[in-house]
Design a protein around this ligand. Structure first.
Ligand code: KG4
Ligand code: ZN
Length: 314
């Protein structure tokens, strides 16, 4: 069974082909260089860039061959990201998917982006339910409990900012550049044995929820206080202690959720799952941990194709 998928919910335009859970081809064009100039995604620009980039991908897709045969002539399903995301960006993927479905007379599946992230850890892999999943990206931070392939519950989620978003804001405050995640992570790797402290861990009414904006405010206030008193701002120390806080917070909530829900496996997905410290923390929490390949941590169409495969294989 051959699935063609389109992802365009945020600032990545991505096409992928999956054949019975085997990745055949994927191409992603990211717009991050453009949005970097503004310090965040500008929806209007994102939609226009998707229109331009999706045409480039269509040309590439037309040329993909498997066993000397052009793949586009032999697709069984067309999947696309329906929600959630930037409306103008989603519309671009939807129109292209809908047009292809009508021209090729193939069934179309409009899918959920967050469910797609969940399946990013199971590309070319099968899974055993129940699965507990930590999704950490630039737009989302949540703990999902999958009881069955299409039955899931969000047991905890951020009440304010997402993990990646906070990394980006702290990096900006410390003048480190964008995106903040990889930069702070590499500072952490160099300094983790030097700075063991952390900022205080926020409390929420639901024990599995998160509130990352409290951590962000604490770090920003700390930097402002030092500046006001003309004291040295030790960027490496602050960045390392900030990451210590995030990792400890995620760990505390995951541990409680594992104890309560007793999952058969644990997974970590989303853009911030590329984080070295978060990956290692998760690997130590369970015997059966699934992590996505690096190319599937950020938004991509292969995870949407993998989700479609799960929905239609029965
Ligand atoms: O999933 P994604 O592409 O964003 C959404 O579209 O939601 O993830 C991007 C986010 C950025 O905020 C970036 O700072 C963060 O993921 N990120 C990281 C790391 N690499 C990327 N955060 C922490 N550590 C990293 N190594
Ligand atoms: Zn995403």
């Amino acid at each position: 069974m051959r699935i063609f998928a389109i992802e365009s919910s945020h600032d990545d335009t991505s096409f992928a082909i999956l054949d019975d859970n085997k990745p055949i081809w994927m191409k992603t064009i990211t717009q991050s260089e453009i949005h970097k100039i503004y310090g965040g995604t500008i929806p209007e620009i994102a939609s226009r860039m998707h229109v331009k980039n999706i045409l480039i991908l269509l040309e590439e897709f037309k040329k993909v061959k498997l066993n000397n045969e052009l793949i586009f002539k032999n697709i069984d399903y067309i999947a696309y990201t329906k929600e959630p995301g930037l409306i103008g960006s989603l519309q671009v993927g939807y129109i292209v998917a809908q047009t292809m479905s009508r021209i090729y007379q193939k069934p179309i599946l409009g899918l959920n982006h967050l469910e797609g992230h969940f399946y990013s850890a199971f590309i070319n892999k099968e899974l055993d339910f129940p699965v507990l999943c930590l999704l950490v990206s630039g737009g989302h931070s949540q703990i999902m409990l999958y009881k069955e392939y299409d039955e899931f519950e969000i047991v905890g989620e951020t009440q304010d900012d997402a993990v990646g978003e906070v990394y980006d804001k702290i990096a900006r405050k410390l003048n480190l550049g964008f995106p903040g995640g990889p930069i702070i992570d590499s500072i952490w790797k160099e300094n983790k044995n030097l700075y063991k402290n952390h900022f205080s861990i926020p409390k929420t009414a639901n024990e599995f929820d998160f509130s990352f904006s409290g951590i962000k405010t604490a770090v920003i206030n700390h930097v402002n206080n030092l500046a006001n008193k003309n004291l040295e701002i030790n960027v490496n120390k602050i960045a390392t202690e900030f990451q210590n806080t995030i990792v400890l917070y995620l760990k505390n909530n995951l541990q409680k959720a594992i104890k309560k829900f007793q999952p058969k496996c644990l997974s970590l997905v989303g853009g911030a799952s590329a984080n070295y410290a978060i990956r290692n923390m998760v690997l130590e929490l369970h015997d059966n941990v699934y992590l996505p390949e690096m190319e599937y941590t950020t938004d991509n169409a292969m995870m949407i194709a993998r989700l479609a495969y799960e929905k239609v294989k029965k």
